[in-house]
Design a protein around this ligand. Structure first.
Ligand SMILES: [Zn+2]
Length: 87
């Protein structure tokens, strides 16, 4: 009777492996296309010059402040405060 139990377990295991192999090519294909998009996306990270200290900062991480129609980017809140104070 134990052999039948082992056969059932073996079949379930085989079915799971088969499912993994069927799914694998699809996920690998989508991962390749997404990684290509990411690599091209990271190239054009916009940078801006801090008008106070002159440091180049990424627009994603910098502190932004509106100055009329322009948006200015600062490396820190200290630089932003200095700019606002000196305006
Ligand atoms: Zn600065």
């Amino acid at each position: 009777m134990k052999i039948i139990l082992y056969l059932i377990l073996a079949y379930i295991f085989y079915a799971l492996i088969k499912k993994l192999f069927v799914k694998a090519p699809r996920s690998a294909g989508s991962a390749q296309s997404s990684s290509r998009k990411e690599s091209s996306h990271t190239v054009d990270v916009e940078t801006a010059k801090d008008p106070v200290c002159g440091a180049y900062v990424s627009k994603n991480t910098a502190l932004a402040a509106k100055d009329g129609a322009n948006t200015l980017y600062f490396c820190s809140s200290d630089c932003r405060d200095k700019f606002i104070a000196g305006r």
